[in-house]
Design a protein around this ligand. Structure first.
Ligand SMILES: [Zn+2]
Length: 229
């Protein structure tokens, strides 16, 4: 490969890391969310990050939303983002990625195709939804503290399922799903800006509370998405 192309690729990669969150919850945390939710293919919950490593922006922008302070995420905003799934809109479109990956799951399932890999993506995005710094602007604070927050309970989470509290969520329609995604997005964003104001990391209690939202939603999604349409 010639030197110019190599340099161009290195530059592009650097730019990518400069504008986008480097990670999400780390792998064990994603897997724990999926296991706690009762998702049988919990072992696929970190796969979207594996894909992201090589796909870069095409996948990466599905993992976060840069919400400015004061934003109120509405169900309509969540649904409107679905059209941006797998595009390179730098604001990010995590909420739309949840909607779109589940649409793909349901469409492939009802057409009799193997649909489980779409659910693998959805399970991951639902995990990212509760990571506060995936819902706030990727500013200097976010950049500096992102990785530490991603890993805050990672080393212990697989031994502490009892700390992941599941609560009932009922989904009858995509509108219900959008409402729940918006609700958790607003909670996560609010915590993200509290962390920024207080210049601190999440506590362990906050981290378990957050992933409890993801696990509860994934549990509801797993039952909703398999209903006959
Ligand atoms: Zn992610």
């Amino acid at each position: 490969m010639n030197r110019f192309i190599k340099r161009l690729m290195a530059g592009t990669l650097l730019l990518w890391f400069a504008v986008c969150p480097a990670h999400a919850w780390f792998d064990e945390t994603h897997v724990a969310i999926a296991k706690a939710a009762g998702y049988p293919k919990w072992f696929n919950a970190a796969a979207a990050d594996v894909a992201r490593l090589k796909l870069g922006r095409i996948e990466g922008y599905n993992h976060f939303v840069n919400n400015r302070r004061g934003t109120v995420v509405t169900p309509d905003m969540v649904l409107a983002q679905a059209a941006r799934y797998d595009t390179q809109n730098p604001t990010g479109h995590l909420y739309g990625a949840i909607i779109a990956s589940l649409r793909n799951y349901r469409a492939d399932r009802s057409a009799g195709r193997y649909a489980e890999l779409h659910m693998a993506y959805a399970s991951h995005y639902i995990g990212d939804l509760s990571m506060p710094l995936h819902n706030t602007v990727f500013n200097a604070f976010n950049r500096k503290h992102h990785m530490a927050n991603d890993g805050i309970i990672n080393d212990e989470v697989l031994e502490n399922f009892d700390q992941i509290k599941i609560y009932p969520i009922t989904l009858q329609s995509e509108q219900d799903l959008a409402r729940e995604v918006a609700r958790i997005a607003n909670l996560s964003m609010r915590l993200g800006y509290i962390l920024e104001d207080e210049r601190r990391l999440m506590t362990r209690t906050e981290a378990y509370q957050q992933i409890g939202h993801s696990a509860s939603l994934l549990k509801a999604v797993w039952s909703y998405a398999r209903k006959k349409q």
